[in-house]
Design a protein around this ligand. Structure first.
Ligand SMILES: C[S@@+](CC[C@H](N)C(=O)[O-])C[C@H]1O[C@@H](n2cnc3c(N)ncnc32)[C@H](O)[C@@H]1O
Length: 228
């Protein structure tokens, strides 16, 4: 049986994901726009967590469209479905399932979105192949994953923060997944018949009074267009 992911699914992690989404939502919206996400489309948010991005996507696709949010964590799925009910939304469904065995038999999507998920998984190449098969012809796969997680800095440097960064890097070193998965993706996409339309590095620099608390992260945003 697969476990919940390493950062856990408690309230603290849920709040962290919410904060993280607010910091990065502008970049997510920009990628969705580039990828043609619009009213009426059928979207899969893979590894959705509690659904911070999924609910924004549901707003874009509207009542004529639909968002399926899949996550391995039952507690996030329950949270998402509860939120959907509270908000009276019928165009979003949270489904428990693993990216390794997606519970989506017979379904196809116009758009598949995946943010900060492939970095935690093994056999990513197989997952990419499965994702490609779930796209409608001409569908797009939008990905935001790390290029070099360990590059963020706090200046002036604080030893305690450096120790945290190194401890995280060490924990990833002993896991089978690859936190800096983004550079490996183009080849996997190529093998799965996905053609790169757009890629970009996103960096953020801020001072302590801003919402991005003095850090710079690097993400690679891909837009892939299926051509056959
Ligand atoms: C860093 S969070 C990102 C959540 C969300 N994509 C976002 O942008 O806020 C990683 C998510 O991947 C999920 N996850 C981990 N392994 C998974 C798997 N094998 N299949 C599906 N989801 C998985 C975790 O439960 C968690 O919600």
């Amino acid at each position: 049986m697969e476990k919940d992911y390493i950062l856990g699914t408690d309230q603290e992690e849920l709040d962290r994901l919410g904060f993280q989404h607010r910091v990065w939502s502008e970049d997510a919206f920009s990628l969705w726009k580039k990828g043609g996400v619009r009213q009426g489309l059928k979207v899969l948010d893979l590894g959705s967590g509690p659904g911070f991005a999924s609910f924004d996507l549901a707003t874009i696709v509207g009542a004529e469209g639909h968002v399926t949010a899949v996550d391995i964590s039952q507690s996030y799925v329950d949270y998402g479905n509860f939120q959907a009910k509270q908000r009276g939304l019928t165009n979003i469904t949270f489904v428990q399932g693993s990216a390794h065995h997606l519970p989506l038999v017979g379904q196809q999507f116009d758009v598949i979105y995946c943010r900060w998920v492939l970095s935690w998984l093994t056999n990513v190449s197989d997952i990419v192949q499965h994702i490609a098969a779930l796209l409608k012809p001409g569908g797009v796969f939008l990905v935001q994953e790390y290029v070099q997680w360990g590059t963020f800095r706090i200046i002036p440097e604080r030893p305690a923060i450096r120790a945290v960064i190194e401890a995280c890097r060490e924990s990833w070193r002993i896991m089978e997944s690859e936190i800096d998965i983004a550079p490996q993706l183009p080849e996997m996409f190529h093998k799965s018949g996905l053609q790169i339309e757009h890629k970009a590095v996103i960096e953020k620099v801020a001072n302590p009074k801003e919402m991005v608390v003095a850090m710079a992260w690097y993400l690679l945003a891909h837009l892939f267009q299926k051509t056959h």
